[in-house]
Design a protein around this ligand. Structure first.
Ligand SMILES: NC(=O)c1ccc[n+]([C@@H]2O[C@H](COP(=O)([O-])OP(=O)(O)OC[C@H]3O[C@@H](n4cnc5c(N)ncnc54)[C@H](OP(=O)(O)O)[C@@H]3O)[C@@H](O)[C@H]2O)c1
Length: 304
């Protein structure tokens, strides 16, 4: 922890008093060097808080507004500068804690089940880490869209949480492929949502039906090594994608459209946002160790 001068907003920037910071797996990749950052660097990208000051040319927000962001570099702080184009208004009925807890992981779950693979009535999905931040939200969204979901978790407590979010079936990682076949009459699932990566990639491919879609969207267990594309052939003309949230919030209209739907589900009670762990800012090291050590469920937050 260190004291820095209060930042002043430049053109197109907004200064925000941070009320809650979202901790995401990507913060650990940046800290560890999987995604290199220029040093010295303040970690964090997600949060929510009140507008303190506006830079030139910012017309959309006013001092005192409650706002949230998924892409505000240096968000592990009491005050942060965020580009106005990245800020979203938080509607009445959603508080700062919930907004910081749902924005990044909720938008991720949203694009995965609406666009990467549009889940519809009767879709069968395999989803790893069902009790994680993205996992609990994506499970609920798959069910909202009429799909079925088989999840994996590592403990009975996590399995219980995943069932509570609506998972049709929860199993340990070793059983995922066999149970995916059993649940689909031998055919395989339509889509595998895999954020665990290195440890689960093979099993996810094997769980797919012919022409099924493998969605590799993270590497919580490590990055997947180089891949022989012939395996898509032998698996039955499979598809593979490695999506990122930024490519599904390409412009402000897309960001606001997804956010409006997401906050709407939160406000009308259709989406339950579970904050599993809250740490003061000076315990950030513990927060990262717990997230990487599989000791968390739902969302991890820091409070300045
Ligand atoms: N591409 C995108 O757009 C995007 C956006 C957001 C997040 N993500 C990715 O989605 C994943 C989930 O993010 P999150 O913040 O919601 O984290 P999380 O799922 O809450 O935490 C990771 C979970 O992965 C499971 N896991 C399995 N093997 C693991 C291992 N060897 N080490 C650590 N964890 C392991 C653990 O659950 P069990 O103990 O139950 O196994 C752990 O709790 C991350 O990989 C992240 O990078 C991608």
């Amino acid at each position: 922890m260190t004291e820095l001068p209060d930042p002043a907003p430049g053109p197109g920037q907004v200064l925000v008093a941070v009320e809650a910071v979202g901790v995401n797996f990507i913060d650990t990749y940046r800290r560890g060097g999987v995604y290199p950052v220029a040093l010295p660097s303040v970690l964090g990208s997600e949060g929510a808080g009140r507008v303190l000051a506006l830079g030139d040319g910012v017309g959309e927000f006013a001092v005192g507004d409650l706002v949230a962001w998924k892409e505000g570099p240096g968000s592990y702080a009491e005050q942060v500068l965020v580009a106005a184009a990245e800020l979203v208004p938080v509607p009445h009925g959603v508080d700062a804690t919930t907004a910081a807890a749902v924005l990044l992981q909720g938008l991720t779950a949203h694009y995965l089940c609406t666009d990467t693979f549009p889940v519809t009535d009767g879709t069968w999905a395999l989803l790893h880490a069902g009790a994680g931040g993205v996992g609990l939200l994506l499970t609920q969204m798959i069910r909202l869209r009429g799909g079925h979901v088989l999840t994996t978790t590592s403990t009975p407590e996590k399995a219980e949480l995943s069932r509570g979010a609506g998972a049709d079936r929860v199993v340990g990682y070793a059983e995922a492929t066999a149970v995916a076949r059993e649940l689909t009459g031998g055919r395989g699932v339509d889509v595998a949502y895999d954020s665990v990566g290195r440890d689960t990639f093979d099993a996810s491919l094997q769980a797919l039906r012919p022409r099924g879609l493998m969605v590799l969207f993270g590497g919580s267990s490590g990055q997947v090594p180089p891949f022989d594309v012939q395996r898509l052939n032998s698996g039955g003309s499979l598809f593979l994608t490695r999506p990122t949230l930024n490519a599904y919030t390409l412009d402000r209209a897309e960001l606001l459209q997804r956010t409006t739907e997401l906050f709407g589900w939160v406000r009308d009670g259709r989406l339950d946002v579970r904050v599993g762990h809250t740490y003061p800012l000076d315990r950030v090291r513990q927060a990262h160790e717990d997230l990487e050590g599989r000791r968390t469920t739902g969302k991890v937050l820091l409070v300045p």
